[in-house]
Ligand binder design. Structure first.
Ligand code: PBG
Length: 332
């Protein structure tokens, strides 16, 4: 498409910016609460919550409180909630067995939410890190993150979540072959409508720091995740990963982090046209909140502007810790 712009003064591009009425007529993208997936943190206990220092306004919630949060989200028009468990130290082991325990925190929360608020879609995370003594997304053998053995464990984890009633499975581990293996297992067990939102282009990013505090993984992680998460310097590789995951049966794909990777979002959407999501991760949230709390930025405005940027970059939606607050702004 070649834009036609006659010379000044025939063209005065400010004409279409002169009033809110005209601006609203030519606005290309819009946000709605339906664009948001709300990530929440779970903890054991009853009727309690604990704040996360590096994520002002975000709390870990007990299962009963997460049910209330899901009800609130549904009332605000948010279609999906995504669960991340804070795992007690005694449940972090070498064999990660808690990951596929039907009674683990995530699976109990899935059942509780689907019982109380069946209309909201429940998304989960598939990776071993919350249950791994060394904080990695896969099994560690002789200092290596082993792929195939990890994929077999991820399949067990996925099936446990599907049996608990999860609507959207989010493999965030970046092992090779996991989407195909999970899809085949879901089909063979009759979970035909359980969807997979693949963390297809997930970068080895320093922006995950506050999240690792929230799930208690910061102290546990030995080394880094660079042998499985992507090199921030690469873009062509992101397209190969997305193509591979779609071919293996992912229904939707994700780019993560979000704001520093909007170029990847645009390329993925243009190349494949598949439902494309971005994850505005914990560090992005923390940055904006810290600046807002210092009075350096207008928190509400940068929240909305940052979320709109995902739509402009071609995303169909965004995982964001701002989901309920942004939905409230949009509903007002
Ligand atoms: C774990 C996982 C991470 C996030 C989502 N799932 C952290 C990591 O890969 O170390 C990060 C989310 C965020 O920072 O908000 N597999």
């Amino acid at each position: 498409m070649t834009p036609i712009v006659p010379p000044f003064p025939t063209a005065r591009l400010r004409r279409l910016r002169a009033s809110e009425a005209l601006r609203s007529m030519v606005r290309q993208t819009a946000l709605s609460p339906a664009d948001f997936i709300w990530p929440v943190f779970l903890m054991e206990g009853h009727d309690a919550e604990t704040p996360i220092a590096s994520m002002p306004g975000v709390k870990r919630l007990t299962v009963d409180r997460v049910v209330a949060a899901a009800r609130e989200a549904h009332g605000l028009g948010i279609p999906a909630i995504c669960l991340f468990p804070y795992t007690a130290l005694e449940h972090r082991t070498e064999d990660c067995a808690m990951a596929w325990d039907p009674e683990n925190l995530t699976n109990r929360a899935i059942r509780a939410i689907k019982d109380a608020v069946p209309e909201i879609a429940v998304m989960t995370d598939i990776a071993l890190d919350p249950y791994n003594i060394n904080g990695h997304d896969g099994f560690v053998r002789d200092g290596q993150i082993v792929n195939d053995e990890t994929v077999a464990a991820l399949v067990r984890m996925a099936l446990a979540q599907a049996r608990a009633g999860a609507d959207i499975l989010g493999p965030s581990d970046m092992m090779d072959g996991r989407i195909g293996a999970i899809r085949a297992a879901l089909e063979s067990e009759g979970h035909h409508n359980v969807t997979i939102l693949s963390y297809a282009a997930k970068y080895a990013s320093a922006f995950y720091g506050p999240f690792r505090d929230a799930v208690g993984a910061s102290g546990a992680l030995k080394g880094d995740k660079k042998t499985y998460q992507m090199d921030p310097a690469n873009s062509a590789e992101a397209l190969r990963l997305v193509a591979r995951d779609l071919a293996e049966g992912a229904d939707m794909v994700m780019v993560k982090p979000g704001m520093p990777y909007l170029d990847i979002c645009r390329q993925v959407k243009d190349a494949f046209g598949a439902p494309t999501f971005a994850y505005q991760v914990s560090g992005e949230y923390a940055m904006l909140m810290a600046a807002a709390q210092n009075g350096w930025l207008d928190g509400k405005k940068v929240m909305m502007e940052s979320l709109l940027a995902f739509k402009r970059a071609g995303c169909d939606g965004v995982l964001t810790y701002f989901a309920p607050e942004a939905a409230r702004v949009l509903n007002d």
